[in-house]
Design a protein around this ligand. Structure first.
Ligand SMILES: [Zn+2]
Length: 338
C-alpha cells in the first residue's frame, strides 16, 4: 500500500505518551525561552541526541532523550502548547480520529515542580477544546512509572480517583523486571473500586511469564506492548490474553528500536490477530522514536503482512477497547468507517 493511501486512512491511537510528542522545534524554542541547556540549538544536530533512529542505543542515551523532553515542560504554558501540538500532529499529519494520550505526572511535572491538578486540568481542557473544533475524539490516561516505586503509584492512583471526571484511565509503565506487577496488586484495587479502566505496560521486555502475572495480579483491560507473550511456545500465554479479553496495544517500531523484537518482520502482531487476540497499533513516542501512525501502518502492511481487513480489525479493537465514553466511541466508529 502506498504512502498516500495510508495517510488518508482514518486511524485510532490508544498508546501515545505526551512526553514522547515534543517536537524538535518546540524543544529548542522552549529551551531558549526558559534559558535551558541543550546539546545544540540547531535542529538537525539536536535530533542526533533527541531521536532514537536505530536499535542499540545505550540506556543513558535514551534517558537523555526523555530528559530533554521532560525539561521542556518548564511551565504551564509549555504543558498546554505541547499537548496542543500532540493533538494537532495526530489529527492533521496522521488523520487520527480516536486518540488517547497518556502521561506520567510524577515524571513529566517533576522537572519544573508543576502542580499536578493544575497541569492535569490544563491537559484535559486542551483535549476538550480540540475535540470541539475537530472530528477527533480524545482522552487522557494518567501513568505511574513503576521505577518510581509503590508510593508514587499509590499517589498517582489517588490522584486519578480525585480527578475521575477528566481521567480516561490509568497505566502502569516502564521497568517491569525490577518492579513486577504483583508489587502493585493491592494499590490497583482502589482503581477497580472507582471503576477507572486500567492498562499496563507488560511483556515489553523480560520473560513471557510477566504477561500472565500482570493479568492475574492486576486484571487490566489492556496491555501495552505484550510482545513477549508470543515467546511462550506452548501458546498458553496468548490464549490467556485472549480468554481474559485483554486488548494488546502493540507498538511495532518502538519494539524494534528497544530490541524487544529482532526485526519489524518478526513482530508478533499478525500472530496475535490470527490467534483471535484483540490488538491495536500505536506509535508510543512518535517524536523520540521518529515514527507516527503513517509509518506504523506502512510497516504493518508492507513488512508484517497485515491486510486492509487486519487494519480494520485493529481499528474495531481500538474502538471497543478504548477507555473513552460510549458516545465518543460511537462517534469514533463512524469517523473510522466501521
Ligand atoms: Zn508506552
Amino acid at each position: 500500500m502506498d504512502e498516500k493511501t495510508i495517510k488518508g486512512l482514518p486511524k485510532a491511537e490508544l498508546h501515545r505518551h505526551i512526553e514522547g510528542c515534543v517536537r524538535v522545534g518546540t524543544v529548542i524554542d522552549l529551551a531558549r525561552r526558559h534559558g535551558l541547556n541543550l546539546p545544540s540549538f540547531d535542529p538537525a544536530v539536536l535530533e542526533l541526541s533527541y531521536k532514537l533512529r536505530a536499535p542499540g542505543a545505550s540506556l543513558s542515551a535514551v534517558l537523555g532523550m526523555f530528559g530533554l523532553a521532560q525539561a521542556s515542560f518548564a511551565d504551564y504554558a509549555a504543558v498546554e502548547r505541547i499537548t496542543y501540538e500532540a493533538l494537532e500532529d495526530a489529527y492533521k499529519k496522521e488523520n487520527i480520529r480516536l486518540l488517547e494520550l497518556r502521561y506520567s505526572p510524577d515524571f513529566m511535572l517533576k522537572g519544573a515542580r508543576l502542580d499536578w491538578t493544575k497541569a492535569h486540568e490544563l491537559i484535559a481542557a486542551t483535549c476538550a477544546k480540540f475535540e470541539k473544533t475537530s472530528n477527533m475524539v480524545c482522552g487522557v490516561i494518567v501513568i505511574a512509572s513503576r521505577s518510581y516505586g509503590l508510593a508514587s503509584a499509590e499517589k498517582t492512583i489517588a490522584f486519578c480517583a480525585d480527578n475521575k471526571k477528566t481521567v480516561a484511565g490509568f497505566d502502569l509503565a516502564d521497568n517491569e523486571s525490577e518492579f513486577p506487577s504483583s508489587l502493585y496488586k493491592d494499590a490497583v484495587q482502589k482503581l477497580h473500586r472507582a471503576r477507572i479502566p486500567l492498562t499496563v505496560h507488560s511483556g515489553e521486555e523480560g520473560h513471557f511469564s510477566q504477561v500472565a502475572d500482570t493479568i492475574k495480579a492486576l486484571q487490566p483491560r489492556r496491555i501495552g506492548h505484550g510482545v513477549k507473550a508470543a515467546d511462550d511456545a506452548s501458546g498458553r500465554t496468548v490464549e490467556l490474553v485472549k480468554r481474559a479479553g485483554v486488548t494488546i496495544e502493540t507498538n511495532p517500531w518502538s519494539n524494534y528500536l528497544t530490541r524487544a523484537v529482532p526485526s519489524v518482520e518478526a513482530h508478533p502482531l499478525k500472530k496475535f490477530i490470527a490467534a483471535g487476540v484483540k490488538c491495536t497499533i500505536g506509535a508510543d513516542d512518535p517524536e523520540i522514536l521518529d515514527t507516527d501512525l503513517n509509518k506504523e501502518y506502512s510497516l504493518a502492511v508492507n513488512k508484517m503482512g497485515l491486510s486492509l481487513d487486519d487494519i480494520r480489525y485493529t481499528l474495531r479493537c481500538a474502538v471497543e477497547g478504548s477507555f473513552l465514553s460510549p458516545d465518543r466511541r460511537q462517534q469514533a466508529a463512524k469517523e473510522l468507517g466501521l
